[in-house]
Design a binder for this molecule. Structure first.
Ligand code: NI
Length: 151
């Protein structure tokens, strides 16, 4: 792999904050942290811009299961999108509240639609979609990013 070096101008305060963050997160050095940031940004952007990209990720929801018809509404949505919701983990973490983590896989646009529907459901306190990886390049663009490994 060819490495390029480049200089970055940055305010001292911002750099000091960044260095503290790097230590806390356990990055070996600034280069490693910056590479990770760039990779994440590129992945997020690619997935956002390419509706056809095949993606895999997790959707985390925190909700109050007493809130209206929320539990059955969420289950209904999960069934409607059963081809894309590949796994669910449910934790009853106190008297009222539930944590649900869904493994999702499919076209970027659809995964986002599912995520928006679930997060937007009334009674959901908190929701976040994390796209773990693009599992393949867009069908439109052709090619396969994950060419080796599993059968
Ligand atoms: Ni629960």
């Amino acid at each position: 792999m060819n490495l390029s070096r480049f200089g970055v101008s940055i305010e001292e305060n911002l750099l000091a904050d960044f260095d503290r963050l790097i230590r806390r997160k356990g990055y070996a050095n600034r280069s490693e942290a910056i590479r990770a940031l760039i990779r994440n940004l590129l992945l997020d952007t690619r997935v956002e811009e390419d509706a056809e990209a095949e993606v895999i990720g997790t959707l985390t929801l925190v909700y109050d299961h007493h809130a209206g018809e929320l539990s059955s509404r969420l289950t209904e949505l999960e069934h409607r999108f059963h081809h894309a919701v590949v796994s669910t983990l449910h934790v009853h973490f106190d008297e009222r509240n539930c944590l649900e983590v869904l493994g999702v896989r499919g076209r970027s646009a659809e995964v986002r639609q599912i995520s928006d529907s679930l997060i937007g459901t009334r009674g959901v306190h908190h929701g976040r979609l994390i796209i773990g990886s693009g599992v393949g390049a867009s069908r439109r663009a052709g090619g396969a990013a994950h060419s080796s490994g599993h059968t």
